[in-house]
Write a new protein. Structure first.
Length: 193
């Protein structure tokens, strides 16, 4: 890898940094704070793609446009309802009880801003199935910090992984950055061979 970054990752997520390193691109990180409110009538697909684009554009503007910017967002969808990041431990517990023994979808959007006129984006949808999670385990898990900054209150690579019985789609997408789609965007932008 070169010592000079070729892109900016508009995310403070350590999971996204870890995943992007697997693509062997040089990057630097700058968190992009945007309003993540759902717009009236907005469907999950449009919502996650919009947030990905807005994060990438915010990063592009904050950096003065000196590098192409990658933005990403991930949501958990259960019965048509978006389960975002829990605000309280009680909310995290409630989310995991709802996910227990059921399948849900994880939407991961990725956007690449090359310049003020060129934005590419893509979406990965993965189905995740949980086995039954004991209520006592959920309570104990939610006393820690792991569920608090994750969509749906869980990390696929964390403690809840032991209860995931099936993943149909992208493991890295569930972690927060679908590698296949991200690599395709970077190739499209001429940033990856």
């Amino acid at each position: 890898m070169n010592s000079r970054p070729s892109i900016l990752l508009a995310s403070g997520s350590p999971r996204r940094r870890e995943l992007l390193k697997q693509l062997a691109v040089d990057f630097e990180v700058a968190s992009a704070n945007i309003d993540e409110s759902l717009l009236e009538g907005e469907i999950p697909r449009d919502y996650v793609l919009r947030l990905s684009r807005e994060k990438a554009l915010a990063g592009f503007n904050q950096s003065g446009g000196r590098l192409p910017v990658l933005g990403s967002d991930t949501i958990v969808l259960l019965d048509g309802e978006i389960l975002g990041k829990p605000e309280t431990r009680k909310q995290a517990e409630s989310m995991l009880k709802r996910l227990s023994g059921r399948s849900h979808e994880v939407y991961s959007g990725v956007a690449l801003v090359l310049d003020s006129q060129t934005v590419f984006d893509t979406l990965n949808i993965t189905s995740v199935t949980f086995g039954e999670m004991p209520a006592a385990w959920i309570r104990k898990y939610c006393q820690g910090d792991e569920p608090m900054d994750k969509a749906g209150a869980y990390a696929v690579q964390g403690g809840t992984g032991q209860y995931i019985s099936r993943i149909d789609g992208s493991y890295s997408g569930v972690m927060g950055l679908p590698l296949f789609e991200t690599a395709e965007l970077l190739r499209r932008g001429g940033l990856l061979v």
